[in-house]
Ligand binder design. Structure first.
Ligand SMILES: Cc1ncc(COP(=O)(O)O)c(C=O)c1O
Length: 421
């Protein structure tokens, strides 16, 4: 049994009074808070190692231990997402970098196309838009339904034998909706198209099993999974990673650079090192390993069950007030613990809500994000105009939140609704 109140104690941010008020952190979809165990792993690196790791680098004791711990962390991520081999796990700066690596290195010709959706985070869409613009390939957009869910038939319509890759958001950072990735993979594979799933909002909240889903590539944002900033993961099936072009080149991706007859011939390392140019973020990698350990110890099923309770209470509570328009599906089971909403009244906008909850409550600061959440196309699609300053407020929860916090939030939201009437 998980004692959630004990989990919360691992996050000292929540135990402080900030400007004399207690904090309710509802912005985990942007950035998760970090437990002590993660800082300790990072501290160990900075305090006792501080050296470089990596293939072909310093083999002295500090370098060797850094390499060992880095590879152990890679193994932890391998199990976390059930990849077949640690050689399929590439350290990146964040999910965005992983998406850019795939978009930039996948072979793509003018007569091929890329399929993505209107619900993508810009990071899942723009790298492919850029690449298609460069190659002259077509970028096809599947429209999400008004509630942020998808009709598989729309993928059947857009994906054909000329589709090279499908970039798909597994769980949306705007609507919280969890999409039928298996269906998309099935349809894509029928046409020999590859799928990259954006798991930035999925992997921290539910068990991601890349082999069961049979997805070809996936990206994870470690900072949304109680890990440090500046570290992410790109997963790829090994044989596909082998085929991809180089991305960044330089040190650490090289087996040899032969010099003969006044010419150089580089020989590159196989994956994953092929994609890890230069010295790495060793402190961050050790922190990532600790983050994954931390989540595994709680259990991804326990996390999912807790979040389903949050999702239900939050969704039903905001709906009941009847003063706010809610993005996403109305069935809490189809969502992560995240609700984006905006006042129905024209007298206030999303920024007013965020400011009210951050600044004007007597005892608390309830921290939420307001704006367009890097998902402009879907908002245009459903009639929210970012150019006119329109947007939403997002309350997103995680393992350190409590039902009591949701009750406080809903009570204050009710008070706010009275003020704007
Ligand atoms: C769905 C989704 N994809 C990608 C990203 C980008 O993640 P990162 O900051 O790790 O690049 C985010 C960040 O909010 C996201 O929510």
């Amino acid at each position: 049994m998980v004692v959630w109140s004990r989990i919360r104690k691992d996050f000292p941010v929540l135990n402080q009074l900030y400007e004399g008020k207690s904090l309710i952190y509802f912005d985990s979809a942007c950035m998760a808070l970090k437990p002590i165990q993660v800082w300790e792993a990072m501290e160990y690196y900075y305090k006792y190692l501080g050296a470089c790791g990596g293939a072909g680098r310093s083999t002295h004791s500090l370098g060797a231990e850094t390499s060992l711990l880095t590879e152990q962390a890679r193994q932890k991520v391998t199990s976390f997402i059930n990849a077949e081999s640690p050689n399929e796990i590439i350290w990146t700066r964040n999910a965005t970098e992983g998406l850019n690596i795939i978009a930039a290195t996948i072979p793509l010709t003018k007569d091929e196309n890329v399929v993505t959706t209107t619900l993508e985070h810009h990071s899942g869409m723009l790298p492919f838009y850029k690449r298609c613009t460069e190659t002259g390939s077509e970028l096809r957009l599947v429209e999400a339904k008004e509630d942020g869910t998808f009709d598989p038939a729309d993928f059947e319509e857009k994906i054909d034998d000329k589709t090279k890759i499908v970039s798909f958001v597994h769980a949306s950072n705007l609507t919280g909706s969890v999409a039928p990735l298996e269906e998309v993979v099935r349809i894509s594979h029928e046409h020999d198209a590859l799928v990259i799933s954006d798991d930035a909002q999925f992997a921290p909240h539910q068990k991601l099993d890349v082999r069961a889903i049979d997805v070809d590539f996936s990206v994870i944002s470690i900072h949304k999974a109680v890990g440090p900033t500046g570290i992410g993961v790109l997963y790829g099936k090994y044989e596909l990673l082998e085929e991809l072009d180089m991305f960044l080149v330089g040190g650490d991706v090289i087996e040899d650079v032969v010099y003969e007859n006044n010419k150089i011939t580089p020989k590159y390392l196989p994956p994953p090192h092929k994609f890890e140019a230069g010295l790495q973020n060793y402190g961050g990698i050790l922190g990532a390993g600790a983050a994954v350990d931390y989540l595994e110890k709680i259990g991804m099923d326990n996390i999912h069950n807790l979040e389903q309770k949050f999702s239900r209470k939050l969704l039903e509570g905001v709906l009941e007030l009847d003063k706010f328009e809610i993005m996403g599906p109305m069935d809490y089971k189809q969502r992560t613990a995240l609700v984006s909403f905006r006042p129905k009244s024209d007298s206030v906008n999303h920024n007013d809500v965020v400011e009210y909850f951050n600044e004007l409550l007597p005892q608390h600061k309830i921290l939420m994000r307001g704006g367009n959440m890097c998902v402009h196309p879907f908002q245009y699609q459903i009639g929210i105009n970012p150019r006119k300053g329109e947007g939403v407020v997002r309350a997103s929860l995680y393992i350190y939140n409590t039902m009591e916090e949701i009750e406080i939030f809903l009570g204050e939201l009710e008070n706010f609704a009275k003020v704007i009437d």
